[in-house]
Write a protein that binds this ligand. Structure first.
Ligand SMILES: [Fe+2]
Length: 244
């Protein structure tokens, strides 16, 4: 039995039918994701081969590092769709963004200059070292603008990792949670992995996402997960059907 519990199940075997990936960095040269059109097309083709029907890719919007405008993001998306068409890669590629909860975001949400994730959701992130001091005020503005925030990779925030109550507070205040699948692979280390598993087992997660930035990460993702987590992960991925 021991060797069975160590067995990895490839992602392809547990991927639910019609899985929609809602977090990735697959528009070229716009953030720390893929650098070229070739890399983008290649990874998108690999997702298609896995059985993924739709990718909603989410470039960073971050004041200090990648202050991408909605216009830039949308034009890169249109360009990439032309390329996928020309190459006959039949995957639906949609676009949103991963918004850092900073001053730029605060301004954007007040102006409703947001590329939502499937109508009324917004994918947001924080620094991994400290939460924004005006978190409640930002959340207020998000709700006032009519959006529902999805917090990307809650398991990666070091300041919440040992405080399960903080996660519960965030959920009660209105955040939904998106697990990075790579966290369960151990890509970000043991602490993140253990936090991810804790959140999974406490049923605190709402959606899954790959957060793939490059081909190396795709290869790790493709390898899958230890069999004892496979059912829970597959059930979580099914929840992404609301974005179909
Ligand atoms: Fe991301």
């Amino acid at each position: 039995m021991h060797f069975l519990s160590k067995k990895e199940i490839p992602l392809k075997e547990i991927l639910p039918q019609g899985y929609v990936d809602i977090h990735s960095h697959l528009l070229p040269n716009i953030d720390d994701g893929v650098k070229t059109v070739y890399q983008s097309a290649y990874i998108i083709e690999q997702f298609k081969k896995l059985g993924v029907k739709k990718i909603i890719t989410t470039p960073h919007v971050m004041q200090d590092v990648w202050p991408n405008t909605s216009t830039i993001i949308r034009s890169k998306h249109t360009e990439m769709n032309h390329i996928l068409n020309a190459l006959d890669i039949k995957v639906s590629l949609e676009v949103s963004a991963e918004y850092m909860l900073d001053d730029l975001f605060y301004q954007k949400v007040k102006e409703k200059d947001i590329i939502p994730l499937h109508d009324t959701y917004i994918l947001v992130e924080m620094s991994t070292f400290n939460p924004p001091i005006n978190l409640n005020e930002i959340l207020f503005e998000i709700k006032l603008a009519g959006f529902t925030p999805i917090l990307a990779h809650p398991e990666r925030y070091t300041f919440y990792q040992d405080h399960i109550n903080k996660f519960i507070d965030l959920k009660e205040s209105g955040f939904l949670f998106q697990l990075n699948l790579l966290s369960v692979s151990g890509y970000y280390g043991e602490k993140v992995k253990n936090t991810a598993i804790k959140l999974l087992s406490e049923n605190l997660l709402d959606f899954a996402g790959s957060d793939v930035h490059n081909y190396q990460q795709f290869e790790i993702l493709e390898k899958g997960f230890l069999s004892r987590y496979a059912d829970q992960i597959s059930s979580l991925m099914k929840k992404n059907n609301v974005f179909a």
